[in-house]
Design a protein around this ligand. Structure first.
Ligand SMILES: *Cc1c(COP(=O)(O)O)cnc(C)c1O
Length: 447
């Protein structure tokens, strides 16, 4: 009874998969906020190197992974696919649960899958410094690691509430050589403006993005983004390409593919290669995104053009948005606190290619605790949303007797999130679904 489906290092994917040319309709383009006309890709050059802009707008089905990137990927890839038999047994379910685990990467999540190529393309252009934002600290530590591989300086704006709650994430970024600012910070005009209005602002990912984008205007500097944009989703497809091969080794095809969604990159990374197979007629899985009830962009957001950041510095993206001014309740322990959803995934959602569910955090932590006790891996708070959805489905299978094959993305470990587990185990965590008046207020400012 195999529990692991190890891929030989020679099976590390050679190409990333771009779903855009396979879609029945192209995604709506980003708009220039000044003219409301489709954005000229050249307008992104102050932020990103040309290779990444090409990938952002690409209609090629595959993009070759540079050998220098594959060499670094080999530090932790191919990643394990696990059969969660002990979880299945605890649930008494006939479902077969497969878990694609990204927690063994240098920073403990899927984020280095895109941090490494982003650092690579910037280094090749001669960039010397990268700026970025980070919410829970996962993306900042991934970029700090990747920047160190290419001798780039790395400056990170970390959402204030996480900066205070997660000192070890900051330590990890500094260990990899990055400089970390709590956001909002006085170091940028965007941060200073927020501080002037609210000196004790807990910050938000949207505010931190404004600061990092502003700071990227300095010479020799570019901005790196951890989720949401097309090139990030593209890089993450290594997850799904590996999982496809591993499930084939296991002799299975999935009935359901589940992932948690913040900006959408780990879910897209796992799901899109399977969606390609579904569109080609080789399998027919359903796809389910699990998002937090505190920040439910897919299930309660509006599909509209909005800025990607709080200050309104970025282009306009057509996406499911809660409004860029929304500051999700800091009581929420997960890192899924972003007002928007990846435009590409938003488009797929509108096309009806996947469904979504919003989950309260205590049920998610319960699933995380169950997973830790049965399978021995402490999940990051974010993928506990995917695990909770998986557990719900597996319990349903226990009632119906249906032996579904469920594939879920365990996109990171929770070793640096033990304070959140502690709060959960001692009953201090609260469910805070996004209040309707907060949502209405934030949506009233859509451009
Ligand atoms: C960043 C992060 C997320 C949310 O981002 P996505 O782009 O939706 O994947 C989820 N889980 C972990 C572990 C993360 O680090």
């Amino acid at each position: 009874m195999a529990n692991r489906f190890p891929l030989d290092a020679s099976r590390l994917p050679r190409r990333w998969y771009n779903v855009v040319p396979d879609l029945p309709a192209p995604p709506p383009p980003p708009l220039d906020p000044a003219t409301r006309a489709p954005l000229d890709p050249a307008a992104l050059e102050p932020l990103f190197p040309p290779d990444l802009i090409t990938q952002e707008t690409s209609t090629d089905r595959y993009v070759d992974i540079p050998e220098a990137v594959r060499e670094i990927y080999r530090l932790w890839r191919p990643t394990p696919l696990l059969r969660a038999r002990r979880l299945e047994r605890a649930l008494g379910t006939p479902a077969r649960i497969y878990v694609k685990y990204e927690g063994g990467s240098p920073s403990g999540s899927h984020k280095p899958n895109t941090a490494v190529p982003q650092a690579y393309y910037n280094a090749r252009l001669g960039v010397r410094r990268l700026t970025t934002e980070t919410g829970a600290g996962q993306w900042g530590s991934a970029l700090a690691f990747a920047a160190a591989q290419f001798d780039l300086a790395c400056e990170v704006w970390m959402v204030r509430s996480s900066y205070d709650q997660k000192p070890y994430r900051r330590s990890m970024m500094e260990l990899f050589g990055a400089t970390v600012h709590p956001s909002p910070s006085p170091a940028t005009r965007a941060g200073a403006a927020v501080l002037a209005a609210d000196p004790s602002s807990p910050g938000s990912l949207g505010i931190a993005i404004s600061e990092a984008v502003e700071a990227a205007a300095a010479p020799g500097t570019r901005y790196a983004v951890g989720s949401v944009l097309n090139h990030v989703l593209l890089h993450q497809t290594v997850i799904g390409e590996e999982a496809l091969e591993q499930l084939t080794m296991a002799g299975e095809t999935p009935d359901l593919v589940v992932g948690c969604t913040g900006g959408g990159s780990n879910f897209a990374g796992l799901a899109l290669p399977f969606l390609r197979e579904k569109m080609a007629g080789t399998m027919s899985p359903a796809f389910l995104a699990a998002e937090p009830a505190a920040c439910p962009s897919l299930t309660r957001g509006r599909y509209a053009y909005d800025h990607g950041d709080a200050a309104g510095l970025t282009p306009l993206f057509k996406m499911h948005t809660l409004g860029r001014g929304l500051v999700p309740d800091p009581i929420h322990a997960g890192g899924l606190r972003y007002h928007g959803m990846a435009p590409l995934l938003s488009h797929l959602y509108e096309l009806g290619l996947f469904t979504a569910v919003a989950l309260p955090q205590r049920a998610c932590f319960d699933a995380g605790v169950l997973f830790a006790r049965t399978e021995g891996i402490v999940p990051a708070p974010e993928p506990t949303h995917a695990l909770a959805a998986t557990v719900t489905e597996a319990r349903r299978c226990a009632e119906t007797g249906e032996p579904k094959v469920i594939l879920t993305a365990l996109c990171g470990h929770g070793h640096l999130d033990l304070a959140a587990y502690d709060a959960h185990l001692s009953g201090r965590l609260q469910d805070r679904p996004l209040p309707e008046p907060d949502l209405r207020a934030a949506l009233s400012h859509l451009p």
